[in-house]
Design a protein around this ligand. Structure first.
Ligand code: ADP
Ligand code: MG
Length: 695
């Protein structure tokens, strides 16, 4: 592998990466060695120092070392555990393992010298560390690392230390001269203190210990991270610019203006469209009749009624003898769309198709066949609609729900599927209001329609903020709510944790609530359930058979149960404001006054308090989005990965929004003076895109 660009070296060339690990890495979006290098740590641990045990305070994450003076198995409330008492010159501390084997027990015997890293807690024997990472030492003065230890986000089946090992190998390749070429011209680099790409990457994975620790979070806000984020934002903007220019070149289908189907559909609805819905539909209709490809973003707060507008657009396509495709980011949401569209479209004699990752065998062959023959008018599904074998006879319109979950490249992949020379129109729906600055950059290729009016009779949820100390009271409130014939949600949040941990937390909560609320039917939904199981739970909730639904944030988008009028969100301080606002939008869909209880874990930081105050006070999605951007400055980290906006690898649209003007100028400058750099930059950050290569 000499001198190969790192984006052309697949990860399985690294030692220790077999097919299984490769699949786990792919789950993280990592396919090449370059991808691995761009997978930045979300925090760091300082293991460059050893803290004297006597100075390790409860709550600190520290590295200590000492001699084991006592070791034995104890039985307590949480079951059997191995406890080892550690001593150094300054004090004593226990390390405790609930999972251990004979071999470990033998090694961790009295007399052994251990170094360990973990959080100090107050336990049965005083200061304790549970399941610390540890190493047996040969001597007291064994060297400590001279850089901070990175912590990466990972998935089940892929240990933190393995990710670290792979990144380590990637950094060695980089040092040996494998290529991560600098693409930015000198003039731009200078603005970031002249740190080149390779150097930035190295710094972010192996920062020197004197880099300040309050910057944690995807490389903090060091110049090295800013430089990478800038390059990524620039690549996105370049891609968008090209797309927009390119978009006008290919003809798109011209849809009928008879509008018979849309009219029949609108008449069949039990409500009248709001003024805002009508305006959005008119804008879309004008695009669709124009012959140039529509690229439109449909923004509207949760519950504003975007789906009906999308349905009208789809009916226009179908009436004009084209097919339409509606894609949602999660199985639950896609299934909900399927139910709605069945109810709406089947009376009109239309043929719907369904495709998710789990559609297999005959069902799958059948839907693929109907798409190719044109028998299927409207396909609804998840990411699976991108898959290779999916071919449409005449795809005329693509609707993507909750766009922020999809990348630009996925939108492109779908566009490729049109069949024929005509380019399908695209409608992108999002409930995450996007501040203007952001829309400029992230969605530069899209026009925008806004539904800024809720259907009549909606009462926004009354939001209160309580500490966990009032948990009992909140549980009693659920009992009262359900006794009155209404339903409730209980949302558990964990961030940067695996789906398994999230599922476990939700299971524990469901068990607790089930016990506390005898006689109330409690259901549970989380990301580890099979789609069929998930659908069954959601269905039961929708039908009222389940009264209280305990859930992880998988219910975040789109789920619609009008009778649910109370939502409790645990640890709301962990989520971004936009995401909280979206969650809260699940209640308040019926005529009843609804309530949202934000149950936080004290103590709250000043910033968290401010954030929760905003959620409590306002229901204006745009204002919330602006505040989110304003508040999440450098240093504030938790929640940034959960903003639910766009998925960038390095850039954080909240923290980096101030860069956007600079990005725009740099984009113009680059296209004027170094146009040849644009294509490799886009390829590096966004991946292969045939559209882009064509231009
Ligand atoms: P979102 O914009 O969040 O996707 P939906 O399209 O799911 O919102 O609509 C939310 C609910 O409001 C649905 O039950 C839908 O049938 C209903 N709805 C949509 N438009 C109207 C309207 N004009 N009047 C009353 N109810 C409406
Ligand atoms: Mg929706």
């Amino acid at each position: 592998m000499t001198g190969l660009p790192l984006d052309q070296i697949p990860v399985d060339k690294l030692s220790g990466v077999g097919p299984k690990i490769q699949a786990r890495l792919a789950d993280l979006g990592i396919e090449s060695v370059q991808d691995l290098l761009f997978h930045l740590p979300f925090r760091y641990e300082d293991r460059t120092r050893v803290t004297p045990i006597g100075r390790a305070a409860v709550g600190d994450c520290v590295q200590v070392q000492g001699k084991i003076v006592d070791s034995g198995v104890e039985t307590g409330r949480r079951g059997r555990s191995l406890r080892c008492l550690l001593r150094d010159d300054s004090g004593m501390l226990s390390i405790r393992f609930y999972h251990f084997n004979r071999f470990q027990q033998g090694k961790l015997a009295a007399g052994a010298l251990v170094r360990c890293f973990g959080e100090v807690r107050y336990g049965r024997s005083g200061a304790e560390m549970y399941h610390p990472e540890y190493r047996l030492l040969a001597g007291e003065d064994e060297a400590v690392p001279n850089t901070l230890t990175p912590v990466y986000s990972t998935v089940d089946g892929l240990h933190q230390h393995r990710v670290r090992g792979f990144v380590g190998q990637a950094l060695v390749l980089l040092a040996e001269g494998e290529k991560l070429p600098e693409l930015l011209p000198e003039s731009l680099l200078r603005e970031f203190g002249g740190i080149d790409l390779a150097e930035s990457v190295r710094l972010l994975h192996e920062p020197p210990p004197d880099m300040e620790l309050d910057f944690t979070g995807r490389g903090g806000n060091s110049p090295a991270r800013q430089r990478l984020a800038f390059e990524e934002l620039l690549a996105h903007r370049l891609c968008m610019q090209r797309l927009k220019r390119d978009a006008g070149r290919l003809p798109s289908p011209r849809f009928s203006i008879r509008q018979e189907l849309p009219k029949r559909f609108a008449d069949s609805l039990p409500f009248r469209l709001t003024g805002a819905q009508r305006r959005a539909y008119r804008e879309i209709r004008d695009d669709l009749a124009g012959g140039a490809p529509m690229m439109r973003l449909l923004q509207g707060d949760v519950g504003a009624g975007k789906t009906v507008v999308a349905a009208l657009a789809a009916l226009l396509a179908i009436e004009s003898d084209f097919q339409a495709c509606l894609m949602a980011p999660t199985e639950i949401l896609a299934e909900q769309h399927l139910r709605n569209f069945r109810r709406w479209c089947e009376p009109l004699g239309l043929r719907l198709g369904w495709l998710s990752g789990k559609t297999r065998g005959k069902a799958r062959d059948e839907v693929l066949g109907e798409l190719e023959s044109g028998a299927c008018d409207l396909l609804i599904g998840t990411h699976a609609v991108f898959q290779e074998p999916v071919r449409f006879r005449r795809l005329g319109l693509i609707v993507v729900d909750e766009q922020h979950r999809f990348g630009v490249h996925q939108r492109l992949a779908l566009r490729e599927k049109a069949g024929g020379a005509l380019r399908p129109h695209q409608l992108v729906m999002t409930a995450t209001p996007i501040p203007r600055t952001l829309a400029m950059s992230a969605y530069a290729d899209l026009d925008c329609s806004v539904i800024d009016e809720l259907p009549p009779g909606r009462k926004p949820a009354n939001t209160v903020v309580h500490s966990q100390a009032r948990r009992g009271e909140v549980i009693a409130r659920i009992a009262a709510n359900c006794a009155a014939g209404r339903q409730a949600y209980w949302v558990c949040t964990l961030i940067d944790e695996s789906e398994t941990l999230q599922a476990q937390a939700a299971e524990a909560t469901a068990a607790e609530l089930g016990q506390a609320l005898a006689g109330i039917r409690v259901g549970l939904v989380h990301g580890r359930l099979k789609p069929a199981e998930k659908a069954e739970v959601m269905d039961s909730f929708q039908q009222g058979r389940i009264q209280l639904l305990v859930a992880t944030t998988v219910i975040e988008v789109g789920v619609d149960v009008a009778n649910a009028s109370l939502m409790v969100i645990e640890n709301p301080e962990r989520l971004g404001l936009a995401q909280l606002h979206q969650l809260r939008g699940r209640v308040g869909r019926g005529a009843e006054q609804s309530h949202c209880v934000l149950l936080y874990q004290p103590p709250l930081s000043e910033l968290s308090r401010e954030r929760l105050r905003i959620i409590r006070e306002t229901h204006d999605g745009f204002r919330i989005a602006e505040e989110d951007l304003r508040l999440r400055g450098p240093g504030q980290v938790l929640g940034t990965r959960q903003t639910g906006m766009m998925s960038f690898r390095v850039a954080d649209i909240g923290r980096d929004s101030e860069m956007l003007d600079q990005v725009r100028d740099a984009c113009d400058e680059l296209l004027a003076s170094h146009p040849d750099v644009a294509e490799p930059l886009v390829r590096r950050w966004i991946g292969q895109s045939r559209d882009f290569g064509d231009v």
